[in-house]
Design a binder for this molecule. Structure first.
Ligand code: BES
Ligand code: ZN
Length: 895
């Protein structure tokens, strides 16, 4: 922070490092206020680049000593870099020894070495290692690490680092030590250490190949009863990567450690993953189904990085999606494979697409829009984005669609044959997938396909269908367009795989036959749109078809097709593609919402028509549909998604219309909700599997709807039932859903229920986060939420320094509650600016994420727009601002 040299780094400026670091021996004397770090490295010049000084990165370090080959040496400081100019000439290796100290207890940024709950943790990605010692802090410098930890034995009985424990023992004055050797070379961002009072759940496993491994999940004493699910997820991850991609665990020991102070979700340090407690700790009493499923995917994600990220890493941080996009794709596939049934797979796909469309599409249309492989950045921490992650995963998914599942596995194999142990680029990955599949659409169009890496923005695909009854032909004209994004005015056409099928008006799948095909084929076909516009002509079509386009969301695009209600009702009722059935329901709801939002008159209570309500009733009653799928169909598009469909956004109006739709759906389907509640309310003994969690989700939605309907009629039966369920629920999902139903419907029983919930769980930090977040995210009624949020910040349990707690109150309000945040009196924005500034002094990464809550201010209607600009400008006018926040607000204000 406050270094102030906010200069942009450009991808085109990449040069290889001037030195290699072959080995690193680190010795830590751990002490909260003053930790001493001895760093002995063996370096050599990279003879492929011009001879030059060695420039080592360092941040907030106290430098005590520098020795070259055991001798004192001259050095200078240039900003944050330690510069050594008089190093031995020639290609021979030499020793460099650096001794520094740092202050982990004062490290509120949670980057580098820090203290949390009296234990030590590290976070080095992306550039945190330089806060531990002077180093070439860049991912293409890979070294072998030996780490010795020394600390007070009573306070820090457990001492962990990457790799294998080779020695441990006692020292004087109650101290002890442990020595770890990592058998794999790694970039410094994968370094980790942990020291503290921790206990572990342990599991020994034997791999398919017959190797034995020890798996450990470390937590604070008292949390062991919440580690079973994480351990099961880890075992499933190991088995899956071997089975699906032939990638084994390459370590004798694999450790996961949980910490309650963590900026992100989790980190893939080699053999020593460090996790936010939120993504480790779960039992049925404290965690919801969503928590269980997040734990499964995050444990999988970090484990899968062991190959995609660690064995093959990134050449530079512009290539971040090489590991993140690919690993998100892998964790999505893992969760789908574990889910099993086609319906459960579709549910997972819908959830993933919902994230993409409500978070990534807005990013791609806003001031922070950037390509999956960015060309420049000021602060790399700002580029751990939904574009790098979620869109990056979609790009990998499109490759799989273009080469097939088997072809993709072959491509992965070739990627590791070529690049194991290297630091590479996104190009290397795409090239390997293409080369393993010569003749595929990907191989044929690789340079054009790579526009997905270089061009920002969400392409729109327009489809126009025309049926010729006489000729029995159906022509589908597909065209693509991508709007300009900051710095990229013109876009080249993308390669867009479009999965499609045709239905007849009864909803039966029609055989597909293009003019040049010898025979018809039934089912989904993938067409590759690569031109600005292309026309497909289907022959032997006996009646006007309903096109089912972009099945399974085969490309990250917006699809425009002027569907009639009848066509959408057909798709909703009959499409063989579950994703498009859901999508049809969303389109029906969206059309009605947009009409009411943009109407001249104020929104009434009757936004939904009989046709829509009848269709929803049918879905709810359909015995062939899974509960999880019903819950998704019956959930209206979010306020954020609705806002993205509009050029000018009045958040209050959107909120009012969506609330009106929800209440109407609640009232009109009252009997059906009651039925859904009765059928799904009891799921027996708790298991977080897709089927029973789907039932709990639908029962929860039904309960909320019944309480909303009761709010209208004044009936007290359903709020009473919700309170009863809240009290006697056997698991957190049911309990929290019941509490939410009371809070969302604004019933007075919410007040005692919230108090009771807090009292029950006052010692469970993750549950208290839910308690805060539910209140800060509650529907606004007469502007009450901001006052509640201010009160919550004064609660004794509130702590701005703990990222989970800060997120549970401030982000739940500013980023996840648009109807309450966007106030005509601008008080929400004033609150936001104050919190951004306040947080920036503590933790710039968290502050910069909050700063992005107003990314889309330019779309706002007055008076919101001017008030938002003023709030952003107030933040930007601060002289003392981190690079993180400065980059976000500067981009937001740019023309
Ligand atoms: N490598 C990241 C963690 C990370 C992100 C470290 C940014 C430093 C800066 C890790 O693999 C990751 O992606 N974690 C995600 C969760 C994941 C399931 C998408 C996270 O922390 O949000
Ligand atoms: Zn990751």
């Amino acid at each position: 922070m406050r270094e102030g040299q906010a200069t942009a780094i450009h991808r085109a400026d990449y040069t290889a490092p001037a030195y290699w670091i072959d080995t690193v021996e680190l010795t830590f004397d751990l002490d909260p206020a003053k930790t001493r770090v001895l760093n002995k490295m063996r370096l050599r010049r990279n003879t492929e680049v011009a001879a030059q000084a060695l420039r080592l990165d360092g941040e907030e370090l106290n430098l005590a000593r520098v020795l070259v080959n055991g001798q004192g040496t001259s050095f200078k400081m240039d900003g944050n870099q330690l510069v050594l100019e008089n190093l031995p000439e020639g290609p021979d290796a030499f020793d460099l020894e650096i001794f520094t100290t740092c202050n982990p207890a004062k490290n509120t940024k949670l980057m580098g070495l820090y203290v949390s709950n009296d234990s030590f943790f590290t976070q080095c990605e992306a550039e945190g290692f330089r806060r531990i010692t002077y180093f070439l802090d860049r991912p293409d410098v890979m070294a072998s690490y030996t780490v010795t930890l020394r600390a007070d034995k009573a306070k820090y009985p457990v001492l962990l680092s990457n790799g294998n424990l080779v020695e441990q023992g006692e020292l004087e004055e109650g101290r002890h030590f442990a020595k770890w050797v990592d058998p794999h070379k790694k970039p410094c961002y994968l370094f980790a250490l942990v020291a503290g009072k921790l206990v572990a759940r342990e599991q020994r496993i034997r791999s398919r190949a017959g190797h034995d491994h020890l798996l450990q999940v470390f937590v604070r004493p008292g949390d062991l009863d919440k580690t079973e699910h994480a351990m099961n997820s880890l075992m499933a991850s190991v088995a899956w990567d071997e089975a699906r991609f032939g990638l084994p665990l390459d370590l004798e020991r694999f450790m996961i450690v949980a910490t309650s102070d963590f900026n992100m979700g989790a980190m893939e340090n080699k053999g020593l993953n460090i996790f936010n407690t939120k993504y480790v700790l779960a039992n049925q009493a404290t965690a919801t189904d969503a928590d269980f499923s997040n734990i499964e995917s995050v444990v999988g994600h970090e484990y899968f990085h062991n190959w995609t990220g660690n064995r093959v890493t990134c050449q530079d941080w512009f290539q971040l999606s090489l590991k993140e996009g690919l690993t998100v794709f892998r964790d999505q596939e893992f969760s789908q494979d574990l889910a099993g049934s086609p319906s459960a797979r579709a549910v997972k796909r819908i959830e993933d697409v919902r994230v993409l469309r409500t978070a990534q599409f807005p990013e791609d249309a806003g001031p922070m829009a950037h390509p999956v492989r960015p060309d420049s950045y000021i602060e790399i921490n700002n580029f751990y984005t939904v574009t790098i992650y979620e869109k990056g995963a979609e790009v990998v998914r499109m490759m799989q669609t273009l080469v097939g599942r088997e072809g993709f596995a072959k491509g992965m194999k070739l990627y590791f044959e070529r690049h194991d142990g290297q630091a590479v680029t996104c190009d290397a990955f795409a090239q390997a997938i293409a080369d393993a599949n010569p003749g595929s659409e990907l191989a044929q169009r690789l340079p054009q396909f790579k526009h997905w890496y270089s061009q920002a923005g969400t392409p729109r695909v327009q489809a126009i269908g025309r049926y010729d009854a006489e000729a029995h032909t159906y022509t589908l004209t597909l065209s693509q367009h991508c709007a300009p994004t900051p710095g990229q005015a013109l876009k080249e056409p993308f390669v867009i795989p479009l999965n499609l099928g045709l239905l007849d008006t009864q909803g039966r799948e029609l055989p597909l036959q293009l003019a040049h095909w010898p025979q018809a084929e039934t089912g989904t076909r993938t067409f590759v749109l690569s031109q600005p516009s292309e026309t497909l002509t289907f022959i032997n079509v006996d009646s006007a078809p309903v096109p089912s386009l972009l099945r399974d969301f085969s490309a990250p695009v917006v699809l425009d097709y002027a569907y009639s209600d009848d066509e959408l009702l057909t798709l909703l009722a009959h499409d063989s593609d579950a994703f498009n059935r859901w999508e049809a329901g969303q389109r029906l709801a969206l059309a009605r919402a947009i009409k009411a939002i943009t109407a001249a008159e104020a929104p009434g209570t009757e936004v939904l028509d009989d046709a829509y309500l009848r269709a929803m009733r049918q879905v709810l009653a359909d015995p062939h549909l899974d509960a999880a799928f019903k819950e998704l169909v019956l959930t209206l598009p979010s306020e954020t998604y609705l806002a993205e469909q509009l050029d000018v956004v009045d958040p209050q109006r959107i909120h009012a219309v969506r609330e009106a739709m929800r209440e109407q759906l609640a009232r009109a389907l009252q009997a059906d909700w009651q039925q859904a509640w009765e059928v799904n309310r009891d799921t027996g003994g708790y298991r977080p599997d897709p089927e029973s969690s789907g039932k709990r989700a639908l029962a929860g939605l039904a309960l909320t709807m019944l309480c909303l309907a009761a709010r209208h009629s004044g009936d007290t039966v359903w709020p009473g039932k919700a309170l009863q369920r809240f009290k006697d629920a056997g698991n957190m999902t049911d309990r929290f859903n019941a509490l939410s139903a009371l809070v969302i419907s604004g019933h007075e029983l919410a007040v005692p229920a919230l108090a009771r919930f807090h009292a029950l769980f006052k010692n469970e930090a993750l549950v208290i986060d839910k308690w805060f977040s539910l209140q800060a995210g509650a529907p606004d009624r007469g502007g009450n939420v901001l006052g509640a949020v201010r009160q919550l910040m004064g609660h004794p349990d509130f702590n701005l320094r703990n990222p989970n707690r800060a997120r549970s109150v401030i982000f739940s309000y500013c980023s996840a509650n648009p109807g309450a945040f966007h106030r005509s009196d601008a008080a929400g924005y004033v609150f936001w600016a104050d919190r951004v500034i306040e947080l920036d002094a503590i933790n710039p990464q968290v502050a910069a994420r909050l700063a992005r809550a107003l990314d889309r201010w330019k779309k706002l209607a007055e008076p919101y727009r001017s008030a938002a600009r003023e709030a952003i400008a107030r933040v930007a006018s601060k002289a003392e601002l981190s690079n993180d926040v400065r980059e976000v607000v500067t981009r937001a204000l740019a023309d």
